[in-house]
Design a binder for this molecule. Sequence first.
Ligand code: HEC
Length: 133
Amino acid sequence: MNVWSYFVRLRSTASLAVAAVALALLCAAGPAGATGDAARGQTLYKGCADCHSIAENGVGPMHKGVVGRKAGSVPGYDYSPDLKNSGIVWTEDNLDKWLTGPQAMVPETKMFFDVPDAQDRADIIAYLKEKAR
Ligand code: HEC
């Protein structure tokens, strides 16, 4: 093998490695908004914690078991009649809609807080799924 062909081989191995790294990075990033990062969600949840906690009712109802439960169903919490009678079940999709704009979903609700960024919402929901079971 002459020196030149050795050089060409080296180069193609190197670019393959670059391509592999790029592909790995792409896969790790995933499609935007599809997967949430619970660790990041935990930090973002601090914004909710002015009114909510996982285990106790406060200004807002506790979040224990919220993913999958019926809206307005925490005992001892005084919900707005509209949320209580909404028939909503807190699927991930419904939580995403809720956090986008509670008033758009339940006009007379008394939660006035929204999360405009889709990735932030996905991360918060991932956190609730993991920590508020
Ligand atoms: C300023 C106070 C406040 C903040 C901040 C807030 N909420 Fe709320 N939240 C409320 C109130 C009040 C209700 C009850 C609404 C009603 O009865 O209409 C509520 C209700 C909810 C419900 C419905 C729960 C159930 O039992 O049906 C969910 C889910 C929820 N909030 C999630 C969040 C998340 C996640 C955040 C942070 C991104 C957040 N909230 C931030 C006040 C707040």
